[in-house]
Design a protein around this ligand. Structure first.
Ligand SMILES: [Zn+2]
Ligand SMILES: [Zn+2]
Length: 254
């Protein structure tokens, strides 16, 4: 049975949404699209795609053949791509998505991510897991909502069950990349992973979450892992993450 998401305030908000004309969660302009996407077309048009050129492996923007982000990643983490930059506009949308009780924002985010799947093998989609405590508090896993929206649009299989979050890592707010990796070491467990898969998460900050999950999945039998995220923090990464955590938290916290 599908569980209720959030408490009475969230249910009342959803009822209000059903009764009143749709308006954008971000700018409050009326939405005239047939299926209420929660975020209006004007706000969506203000999302900035991650610029080219990018590192062919980790998707970090910047020129040059060497990359400081992915040199020590697990060998079989084949590629990571993100759709848009994490800036003021997308940070606000992610806040609605993760902390505002609006899992259906995933539909709008998936529209930006779906073109990235065309470059990847036809492997199942697997959301990054959040801890049971976080799932109880939030009522849903935002990465699972995004993965489900992507599966619905792409026809790819959704693989939910083999990745688990072992424990809730401490806040990553003031940590650099190496400290984030240490903070997330052994954060995930997995079993019976498919050989090839595409991980899905909402935000890429330093890659610590994806590499930690990838290591657990390799131990469980995966041999080729790709990943897609909606947004990507621009360097300096810690500063971008801190902006997101001033009123909420980073993806790598949960
Ligand atoms: Zn809007
Ligand atoms: Zn790279």
């Amino acid at each position: 049975m599908r569980r209720w998401r959030g408490g009475w305030p969230d249910r009342m908000r959803r009822m209000e949404r059903w009764l009143l004309p749709a308006s954008c969660l971000h700018c409050h302009r009326p939405i005239h699209e047939p299926f209420d996407p929660l975020i209006c077309g004007l706000c969506r048009s203000r999302w900035h795609p991650v610029p080219q050129p990018q590192c062919q492996r980790c998707g970090s923007p910047g020129p040059g053949p060497t990359c400081a982000i992915c040199t020590d990643w697990p060998a079989d983490l084949a590629s990571v791509q993100s759709a848009v930059l994490l800036d003021a506009a997308t940070r606000a949308i992610i806040h609605h998505f993760k902390y505002g009780g609006w899992p259906r924002v995933a539909t709008a985010l998936s529209g930006a991510v779906i073109p990235l799947l065309a470059r990847l093998p036809p492997a199942p989609l697997m959301p990054i897991a959040i801890s049971p405590n976080r799932l109880r508090q939030r009522g849903y896993n935002q990465a699972a909502e995004l993965a489900a929206a992507l599966a619905a649009r792409s026809g790819r299989r959704l693989h939910r069950s083999c990745l688990r979050r072992r424990h809730q890592s401490a806040s990553q707010t003031a940590l650099g990349a190496a400290e984030r990796r240490a903070n997330l070491r052994d954060a995930f467990a997995a079993n019976d992973a498919p050989p090839t898969l595409v991980l899905v998460d909402d935000v890429f900050t330093t890659g610590a979450t994806l590499t930690s999950a990838a290591r657990a999945l390799f131990d469980a039998g995966a041999v080729e892992i790709h990943a897609v995220t909606f947004a990507r923090a621009e360097p300096p990464l810690a500063a971008s993450a801190r902006l997101l955590t001033t009123d909420c938290s980073t993806s790598e916290r949960d």
